[in-house]
Design a protein. Structure first.
Length: 204
C-alpha cells in the first residue's frame, strides 16, 4: 500500500479508474445521454483545473510566501530552484485549462455571450447570467495576470530555465515585486470569483 501511494502517477491513474467506474455505474443505472454527459464532463474538467489553480494560488499566498522569510538562508535556493518553478508550471497551465474549459462549458450551455456581456444583450434581466458573467470576468482577469504578469516576472526573478542568466540581483528583485503583488491581487479576486460562480449555481 505504501509503495503504491508513494508513486504519484499510480495514485492519479487509480483516481481516474475510480472515476471511470463511477461513469460505468451511471450508464448502467441511467443510460448514456450525450447531451447531458458532455456538458457535465467539461464542467468536471473545469472544476478539476480550478481546484489545481486556486489551490496553488492559495499555497503561494498562504504558505510559501509567508513561510519563506523563516527558512534558513542556505535552504532557500532549493525553494526557488526546484519547488517554486515546478509549482508555477502546474499553476499557469491549470489557469489555462480552467479558462478554456470554462469558455467551452459556457458555449455548450448557450450562455457564453450573455455571461461575458453581463446580460447586456438581454437588458440585464437575468441575475444568474450576470453572476456567472462577473465570475467569468474575474477569472479571465486572473488568468491574464498569471500568464502576462506573474509568470513572466517570476521567470526573471527565479531565472527559470536559465532564460535570464545575466540579470542582476536588483533586476530580479524588481521583477519579483509585480509578480508578488499580482499574486495577491488574484488571491483577493479569487474570493468574489468563487462567490459569483457558486451563487449562479445555487441562489439564482
Amino acid at each position: 500500500m505504501a509503495a503504491f501511494f508513494s508513486n504519484l502517477r499510480n495514485t492519479v491513474i487509480a483516481g481516474v479508474v475510480l472515476a471511470v467506474l463511477m461513469f460505468v455505474l451511471y450508464v448502467y443505472i441511467q443510460g448514456y445521454d450525450a447531451t447531458l454527459f458532455w456538458p457535465f464532463f467539461v464542467r468536471w474538467m473545469h472544476v478539476l483545473s480550478g481546484v489545481m489553480w486556486i489551490g496553488l494560488l492559495w499555497y503561494f499566498n498562504f504558505v510559501s510566501t509567508p513561510t519563506t522569510p523563516s527558512i534558513p538562508a542556505e535552504l532557500r535556493p532549493a525553494l526557488g530552484k526546484y519547488i517554486t518553478p515546478a509549482a508555477l508550471w502546474w499553476f499557469r497551465w491549470s489557469a489555462m485549462s480552467t479558462i478554456v474549459f470554462g469558455i467551452i462549458l459556457a458555449a455548450l450551455n448557450g450562455y457564453l455571450v450573455q455571461a461575458y456581456t453581463l446580460d447586456a444583450i438581454e437588458g440585464f434581466a437575468n441575475p444568474k447570467a450576470i453572476s456567472i458573467g462577473v465570475g467569468m470576468w474575474l477569472g479571465t482577469i486572473m488568468w491574464f495576470n498569471v500568464w502576462f504578469i506573474i509568470w513572466p516576472n517570476q521567470q526573471k526573478a527565479l531565472n527559470i530555465g536559465n532564460a535570464y542568466p545575466d540579470l542582476t540581483a536588483e533586476a530580479r528583485a524588481a521583477a519579483a515585486k509585480p509578480a508578488g503583488m499580482f499574486s495577491r491581487v488574484n488571491t483577493m479576486l479569487s474570493i468574489p470569483m468563487l462567490f459569483a460562480m457558486v451563487a449562479a449555481q445555487n441562489i439564482y
